[in-house]
Design a protein around this ligand. Structure first.
Ligand SMILES: [Zn+2]
Length: 141
């Protein structure tokens, strides 16, 4: 059974499941109880906090994270997949941070978060200054 509620951000009608999860077709926000209960914290499947998303929605901005926001999520141990110049990558966070090129044997290991933050690069392009080239960012669960 589908339930309709008002989107926590834009107040459009949105279908959610029995746990309150569902993506708003209007603004793209994922309705999620954790995001609602902890409005100052970025929680999956969203990349930014509910409060930040409300502010961005008012300014007509999207909910994609900045490089700094992305680094904060990596620091909390979340794994990600994304595209860069049409190649697929995965970031896997343990004691170190591994960048894999999916379906290849190419990978780079960053020993610490600070090293990752400073030197994370693909094809000799520093990601901190090429963040807009990261596409299809998703949590990898
Ligand atoms: Zn919405």
């Amino acid at each position: 059974m589908k339930i309709v509620k008002k989107c926590d951000i834009c107040k459009s009608n949105v279908y959610v499941d029995q746990w309150g999860n569902g993506k708003c077709k209007n603004c793209g926000w994922y309705q999620n109880v954790d995001c609602l209960n902890f409005p100052k914290v970025a929680n999956p499947p969203n990349f930014i906090s509910l409060n930040k998303a409300k502010g961005r929605y008012k300014k007509g901005e999207n909910f994609y994270p900045t490089f700094k926001e992305f680094i904060n999520l990596v620091e909390r141990g979340f794994d990600f997949t994304f595209k860069f110049e049409n190649k697929n990558f995965q970031i896997s966070v343990h004691d170190d941070i591994t960048l894999w090129e999916i379906d290849t044997e190419n990978y780079v290991v960053y020993k610490s978060l600070s090293e990752f933050k400073r030197t994370f690069s693909i094809n000799n392009q520093l990601i901190s200054t090429n963040w807009n080239k990261i596409k299809n960012l998703e949590y990898d669960c």
